[in-house]
Design a protein. Sequence first.
Length: 429
Amino acid sequence: MIKNYFKQAWASACHNKVSTCLYLSGVALAVATVMILSIGFHTKLSPIYPENNRDRMAYVQTCWWERENSSGNWGFPWQMLDPIFGNLKNAEAVAIRNESRQTNLIGVEGSDKELKLNTQWVNDGFFQVYTYEFLAGSPITAAEVASASKVAIIDRLTAETMFGSVEDAIGKTITYASTPLTIKGVVREASRLTPMSYANVYIPLTIRDDYNEEGEAGPYRIIILLREKGDMESLRAEISSRFEVWNKTLAKVDDLKYILFDQPRSHYDLTFNPWSSPYYDAGENGIEEYVWIGLVLLLVPALNLSGLISGNIRRRANEIGIRKSFGAARTRLLGELVTENFILTLAGSIIGLGLAWVLVYCFRDWVFTISDSYVAMYSDTSVHFDMLFSPVLFLIALGAALLLNTVSSLVPAWHSLRRPIVESLNQKL
C-alpha cells in the first residue's frame, strides 16, 4: 500500500509540475528557516563537543560585594576559591577559568613566528569538566597547577600552523610574555560557538604573576560538574553554607560582604540570563518565546500551502467522486490524500534541511548572530558535525514536516470529501 502512495504522489507531482515546485519550495523555505533557528539554539543548549556534560554543569559566574556605601561585582578573588569550591561533596569536578585578557601573542621559541591566539588560564579540573579529545599528549595535572609548571595544551589547528603536525608539536616550546611553555598535549579544536571552553592555548592559571593577588573582586569564574543531574539544590545549599561562614569571618575584619544571589545555576538558566542579579531578569521566559516564533514561521506558509493543496484536490474531484460512488470510505480517501501530501512534504523538508545546513555552514558568521549577538565579534567560526546533526534536530525537522502537512492538507482534504458525490462528479477542471 505504501508503494501505491508513492506512485500516486509521483504521478500527481508529474501532472502538476508548477504547483508541485511551488509546494516543495514553500515547505523547504519554511523548514529551512525553522531549522536554522533550531541549530542556533542547539549549539547553545544541547551537549556538543567539548561541552558534552551541559546537563550536569553548574555555573558560578559573578560575585557581588558590598561595604558601607560601595559595591561592585566581577569574578572571584583567589583567596575564596579553595574555601568555597574545594572538595565539594556534590561535585565530580570543578573548573576554574581566569577571565583576564583572552587574546595574546604566542610565539615559537627559536623563531620569529608569532600568532595572536585565544588563551585560557585554567586549573586541572577544567579538563575533567570539559571532555576534550586529546590527539596527543595528556591534560594539565593538579601537581602542575600547584607548582606553576611551565606547560601548555594547544589545539590541532595551532599545532599544524606552528609545527606542521600534531605529533611534531609535543615537547616543543612556545612563548607567552617571554615565558617558555612546553607543549604537553594537543586537543581537537573547540568552536567559537562554545565560548566557555574555546581557546587555542590552555595554560595553568598559576603561571600568571598576579594569579593570587589579593582584592575584593577577582578574575576567576567557576564551572562545576555535578555528580548527578538532580544535585543542583544540594550543591547550592553546600556552597551557600560555606559562603555564610566566609562572610561572617570577613564582617569581623573589615565589614565586607559577598553575595551570590541565585548561583550556582544550570546551563539553561545561564544561556537565557547571563547575569546574576535581582535587577536583571532578561531570559525569564527562556526558550518559550522562540518556540512561538518557530510555530508562526511554520503556520504562515502552511496556510498558503493549504490554498495550493485545495486547488490540487479540486482538480481531482472527479476521481474522488467516482471512488466514493464505488463505496470508498471517507476516512480511507482522507488517509490517502494526507499521506500523498506528506510524501511531498517530507521531500520538501529534506530539501529544506539540506538548504539549512548549506546556509549555516556557508554563512555561519552571520547565521549564529540570530540566537547570539556576541558571535558577531567572531570570524571564521568553525562548525562541527554534532552542531548540524543530532537526534534532537532530526525530531524538530520531522515535527515541522508533520505540522506543515497536517495544517496544510487535512482541512482542504476533509472539506473536499464532505461534498456530495454528484457535485464532485460534475466538477469541471
